[in-house]
Design a protein around this ligand. Sequence first.
Ligand code: UD1
Length: 378
Amino acid sequence: MSKRILSVVGARPNFMKMAPVLRQLSMHAGLQSYLVHTGQHYDDAMSRVFFRDLGMLNADFHLDVGSGSHAAQTAEIMKRFEEVCCSVKPDLVIVAGDVNSTVACALTAAKLCIPVAHIEAGLRSFDRSMPEEINRIVTDAVSDFLFTTEPSGNQNLKREGVKKEKIHFVGNTMIDSLVHCSGLRDEIFMSAQLPFLRGAAYFLTTIHRPSNVDDANQLLDVLDILEGASRLAPVLFVTHPRTRERLQRLKAADKLRQLSGNVKEIQSGFIYLLPPLPYLEFLGLLSKSKAVLTDSGGIQEETTFLDIPCLTLRENTERPITVELGSNEIVGLDKERIAACLSHIMTDSWKKGSTPPLWDGHAAERVVAALRRSSGLS
Ligand code: UD1
């Protein structure tokens, strides 16, 4: 009898991590693969365009949970996902990353005694004030297959007492998506409706962590840093809905420009706001940027793979390989340190990165091979 696998996506960073796994699952006739979208991210720009860009089929089940407090969102996903599990009766649930949808579905499945596979297991920032850190710890604790992206993940899991048979070092499925789409990148960039960018040096920024945007003083510090950077090259600030909302409340309009169709040329001294971008357009902008200033997790990895200088505006990272081997530095909101880094970047004397082991575009193949080997999925 063919085995049923229920894979879960919910928030933007899940889509690129899960798309390559879904593609691999679809190649095995003996597997019935179902996709659940929790609806944690629901705007077209945060969800639908990623299905399009990544060539994903529509989800089989939509839970439509929407936004809420952490407890409310997590609880609602659990209630609705439990119903799906009871009707599909899957042999395995696959979750990815560290968002609320990840922990909610992992916990639900574990309590129904359904085996759980976690893509991107073992990452630790050791900062429990981050909601994602709690999600990572809990998800790993209830998972049966822990697929890691970098050696630190293996070490963290072993230290926490996870049996080594459960840990599978497979590489990075998000990099699989990047490799898969890389042929399209330049083409998309050239056709993006931002012709005034061509040839211009610019910094790209994304900031959305609660620790950076929820507190007005902290967000003003971030804007000061971006303003400093903009004196060297214009800053393109791709805003998450959470950030956009906080910026509107701050009334920091003198520092910001909307990057709309009537902007003819971008200039140093300005921070240009863009809406959330589709995956391919964002990769296009990323691959041509002089450097990236971010508090995202995934973008630290994408810049490492593309060898683009990355300054992470946080006090820690759960992805240390991006600093050890890659092009990333953890700079917090330390203005002097950031100024020194930017001057290295502008004089092209930034450290030369290398690609972490197994970030080769084939991680999802290894995930599915390990699942078939270890769990008798045919
Ligand atoms: C979530 C993840 C974070 C990830 C980020 C990527 C958790 C705990 N956090 O954070 O790890 O880096 O996604 O984007 O799961 N909103 C919209 N439209 C949407 C989705 C959200 O407007 O489609 C707004 C809502 O006002 C919402 C707020 O964004 O309240 C926060 O959304 P939520 O999903 O709770 O967390 P993120 O901040 O997006």
